[in-house]
Design a protein around this ligand. Sequence first.
Ligand SMILES: Cc1cc2nc3c(=O)[nH]c(=O)nc-3n(C[C@H](O)[C@H](O)[C@H](O)COP(=O)(O)OP(=O)(O)OC[C@H]3O[C@@H](n4cnc5c(N)ncnc54)[C@H](O)[C@@H]3O)c2cc1C
Length: 420
Amino acid sequence: MRSVDVLVLGAGITGISAALHLQGRGWNALVVDAQGPGEVSSRGNTGILERTGFLPLDVPSGAGEVLSSVLGRGPAMRIEARTLPALLKFLRLARQHTASPSVGRLARALAPLQSSAIGEHLAIARAASAFRFFRRTGWLKIYRSERGLASCEVERHFARIIGVPYEDCGAHDIARLEPDLVVHGAAGVFWPESQSVSSPGGVTKAYARFFRERGGEIASGDPSSLEPAWSGWQVRTARGMVAANHVVLALGADTLPLLARFGLSMPLAELCNRHRHFRAVSGVGLSRPVSDVDGGFLLTPMERGVRLVADRQLAPAGRPGDEEAGSPGFERAVERARALMPLGASVEDVPVVGRRVLTPDGLPAIGQVPGAAGLWLQLGSGSAGFALAPAMGRMLAELMSGDPVFVDPVPFAPARLLVG
Ligand SMILES: Cc1cc2nc3c(=O)[nH]c(=O)nc-3n(C[C@H](O)[C@H](O)[C@H](O)COP(=O)(O)OP(=O)(O)OC[C@H]3O[C@@H](n4cnc5c(N)ncnc54)[C@H](O)[C@@H]3O)c2cc1C
């Protein structure tokens, strides 16, 4: 049987970034996926490299908020009633973590990883000839109600402590930044240090190409065939079984069913969104990602057109909701988006569903699975998973190589979440 140093399961931005960092440290890495690189969440996201996002995601908390999510009221994330029982543990833990003083500790743990995220991306992008995708756009968030604006005060509070600049904007400032938006009386917050990419899937594919150019291999295979082998692990690929002493699980939400086979579980959730591209209208432009917070949607310029992301749904991890069903919530967001700026015809026939994994404390899980020698995890980076992937990959490669780790890895240890 063929053997390599490490099997990386998952060819999304997380797996490819880890493989690149391991390769850079001399590991012979084989990436295994059922699809080509960057075909799942790493393609269907908003492409923001955020300098905010050091707080756990604000999930529904308390009976009133949970009920309004189940009833699908307002712009908050919705929850399907049938999935609520399976989500209760996640919601309870997430609520504990969003309470002070936990939130300050978590923000401080994530801040060093966040602050290195853009630099780590750009270092790979430069080497991988992917620089053309990156834009210094900043990120504009618009609030139409006092309540909406008040909701971001905790974020601004920690931005001041951590030293991330932001600018409060009135309607005039918004018009200066984005002259084609119609924003009567709205207020906003501009995060100038955030960047964005014009094609997250394009970035992932370019990184994968770079991995191959340096001698790495990406094989079609079945990660769910993973099993312990004589001295390590083995997995089935299109070219037969391959063994390695180490394996990295970077399968996004689908990591959980695999862990379950080894008697392990984690209290994770998935946040699903729909997105769709719209052609530009002559003479109308958008220069950067713009979130309409009270409207519950985000617009961002991409290679394929203006990408509208909306209709957030919280679901138990590994059990996504009604992907095939139509989405009245998404259609309502399209109407609201058209009121914000003129949009041309839609590019896709139906919206595309994207999934991202959330941990209850908002920190990704990066490190070894206790009690399973050579089994490493890399997941749960939530809404910042695209931005954080290269920094997470570096952290994992340093841990696996026994090198000094550039960010304290303790708060990210998977052991804090694993049950088994
Ligand atoms: C709507 C939306 C907007 C987002 N916006 C942003 C943003 O602006 N900025 C940001 O930083 N992050 C954002 N994210 C998060 C980001 O997209 C994800 O965190 C990131 O792409 C996760 O990458 P990944 O490689 O872990 O997962 P994926 O890209 O999903 O890759 C997992 C890979 O594993 C493979 N796989 C899984 N299971 C199996 C199996 N059983 N057999 C074979 N192959 C398998 C899949 O084929 C896939 O290639 C967003 C996510 C969504 C959904």
